[in-house]
Design a protein around this ligand. Sequence first.
Ligand SMILES: Cc1cc2nc3c(=O)[nH]c(=O)nc-3n(C[C@H](O)[C@H](O)[C@H](O)COP(=O)(O)OP(=O)(O)OC[C@H]3O[C@@H](n4cnc5c(N)ncnc54)[C@H](O)[C@@H]3O)c2cc1C
Length: 542
Amino acid sequence: MRCEDAFNQTPPYVDIDLFASDRPLKDAVAANGGEGAAADLSEFGKRWGAAEMFDRARQANENVPRLHALDAGGFRRDRVEFHPAYHQFMAESIGAGLHASTWRADATPAPAPAQVLRAARFYMAAQVETGHLCPITMTRAAVGALALEPALVSRLMPEILSRRYDPQFRPWEQKAGITLGMGMTERQGGTDVRTNTTCAVPAGEGYTITGQKWFMSAPMCDAFLVLAQAPGGLTCFLLPRFRPGGDVNGLHFQRLKDKLGNRSNASSEVEFVDAFAWRVGEEGRGVRTIINMVQLTRLDCAVASAGIMRMALALAIHHARHRIVFEKHLVDQPMMRSVLADLALETEAATALVMRLCRSFDLAAGDPREAARARLLTPVVKYWVCKTAPGFIYEAMECLGGNGYVEDSTLPRLYREAPVNAIWEGSGNVMCLDVLRALAREGEAAQAVLTALAEECVGLPNARDAAGQLRTELAAHDAEVNARSAVGRLATLAATAALRTAAPAAAERFARSRLAQRQGAIYGADGIEADEAQRLIERALP
Ligand SMILES: Cc1cc2nc3c(=O)[nH]c(=O)nc-3n(C[C@H](O)[C@H](O)[C@H](O)COP(=O)(O)OP(=O)(O)OC[C@H]3O[C@@H](n4cnc5c(N)ncnc54)[C@H](O)[C@@H]3O)c2cc1C
């Protein structure tokens, strides 16, 4: 037999409509106000599901960005060179508005369902290439903080809202569109940013910034929101690549991180050498200011993780439908069917949960209950979905056997990518601490969210007990010790509620399994009956 005649191998999973082939996504979008957008989302799904996009993703990740810190003569260059495939993804995502479509020109939120529709696209894009989504998410999120400075907003918003990607290295006023990044983490600490030592001194129309950042991703962005110590305390600044007069600003890149995944994206270590910056928000309120950005990037971490899980699931089901083992397709082997159904259930819950959270963001401006829900549940959802993804992808990889462990299957790339969403923008424990903080600070409003979730789950298996246990854990003296357990429970309760609106049958099954005390939490160990398993798999991938 010649190699090319190989039989019982799975054809490539390409040229698919990432929207139309994903019933849980369609239902979650429709349940959260996006029912009229199916045709547009399907267009996007076809475009991103094309074979050429998957090949570009491979190229963008195999050809990692390179830093050119100095030129031949030792003069500073401080430029990062990306593979053309990366630029093509940037152009695609910006062309589709993923970097800004949730904003109006005055930096107020675009009307519902802007968040849900953007998230659906972001979720599909994440299935194909995640690295470039870093500057995309930071650009859209930065507006949340910049909104505090009307003068900056009126100058920057036309450039931010532009649907044209312009990678040229020149002052932003001369560009067709711009991207924004963020620099908070320093060598001595990323969580505790109060230890930042970067210094800001008032100078002319802005400040002079001196110091270093240990992680600053997407260094070819046109400006960065950074934290620095000003005379009045830790403050947020907008630091552009070019000074107002047009000279190159003082950003000296030391090196690029050699990362586990997220390879198409560059993450720099940078030194600010008398760099110019504008203040954003009041002096001393840096954390308060930048948290408006961070809340949105946290949301995107969860949406992207749900997207990556979806692709892993689709690859697993696709393989199991083609691969024959012991004279039967894998998908018809009872144990494999249980595993796939359980994975499908987990993805469906993650998808419903992130879309419901986006609905809260859509409604927050006019509804204080939804604003409280967005505040409390963002760290909950980021914690749970991002933490679920790596183990989930590993299980999906195993469904493909040896082929899943090989780079060509793309599962290794998804696997390497997944942990970063849990680590950056607040790692797991930090999310749990944030939930406790929200409960303490928001008082009645946060309690009302818990009550609403319990009511939304009334009558579902285990829901009452789960809601009761949650309250006990949260009220305990040592709430921090129990926080991971409580936040996980809160996430599954919120997921059950989200599923009940988007996919009632799945909600029932999810509640029965995930709201109970699971032993070991291994996928496929819940004894899902054959008919139900079949339904879940068919919903996931028709
Ligand atoms: C690929 C990549 C790109 C990044 N890009 C950027 C960027 O563009 N801009 C930027 O500013 N940063 C960026 N970061 C940095 C990232 O946000 C930080 O790594 C993250 O916030 C954690 O900070 P740290 O690494 O200093 O860890 P630490 O703050 O030292 O925390 C270490 C661990 O301790 C836990 N922990 C912290 N406090 C507590 C506590 N009180 N109780 C219990 N546990 C606790 C944390 O959850 C974490 O697991 C990036 C990171 C990566 C990996």
